[in-house]
Structures are given as C-alpha cells and as structure tokens.
Design a protein around this ligand. Structure first.
Ligand SMILES: [Fe+2]
Length: 113
C-alpha cells in the first residue's frame, strides 16, 4: 500500500473477498459449536449444566445470525440468495422472520419456540 494514495478498486475487492473467506470460516466454526454444545446437552445428566450449555448454544445461534447478516451486507449475490426461499414453490414461500407453522421446529416439539 502506498502512503497518501487511495487503494485501487482491485485491491479493495481482493481485501473484501479475503474478508468474506474469513467470515465463511467463522460461520462454519459457529455452526460446529452449536452442534457440539447440542451433543453435550444431549449426553449430560445434570440439569444445571444442560441449562447453561443451552444458553451458550443459543448465543452461538445469535453469532450465526450476526455473521450471516454481515456476509449478506458485503456479498450482494449471497444477499439475493438469502432473500430467496428455494425450499418451496412461489405461493408457499414464507416471508423471512415469519413463523412457518407447517413444519415443526426443535423448540415447538417441546412446547417452546
Ligand atoms: Fe460464537
């Protein structure tokens, strides 16, 4: 980088692409953490520990959402893909953020959200 000279568009683009690579790696780590906490919750026979790990697991879910939103702000194609619901046909699509009562959630099976 030259001092006093603005970075070229190609330098900025490559920096953003590297940032996206790191964010995708971070996202994988957060998803793996959720699975690991869930596996431990399922195998620990101590209510207090289970509750604490469930709280931490849910924090990881928040991290997934934060990183996903950050990626969508930087990657326009990914943002478009997040807005599209490819799991069902047109009229059946659920608006992002709205509950889909046609399918069970892990929480709904236990009387939770
Ligand atoms: Fe995390």
């Amino acid at each position: 980088m030259a001092y006093g000279k603005p970075e070229s568009d190609s330098v900025q683009a490559s920096q953003l692409e590297q940032l996206l690579i790191w964010l995708r790696e971070d996202l994988m780590g957060e998803l793996q953490a959720i699975n690991q906490y869930q596996a431990h919750i399922d195998n620990i026979d101590n209510a207090e520990v289970k509750d604490l790990l469930a709280h931490i697991r849910d924090d990881e879910k928040e991290h997934v959402a934060e990183i996903t939103h950050l990626i969508s702000r930087i990657d326009a194609i990914q943002r478009e893909k997040f807005l599209e619901d490819h799991t069902v046909e047109g009229d059946e699509r659920v608006v992002s953020g709205e509950p889909d009562n046609r399918v069970p959630t892990v929480g709904s099976m236990f009387g939770q959200k």
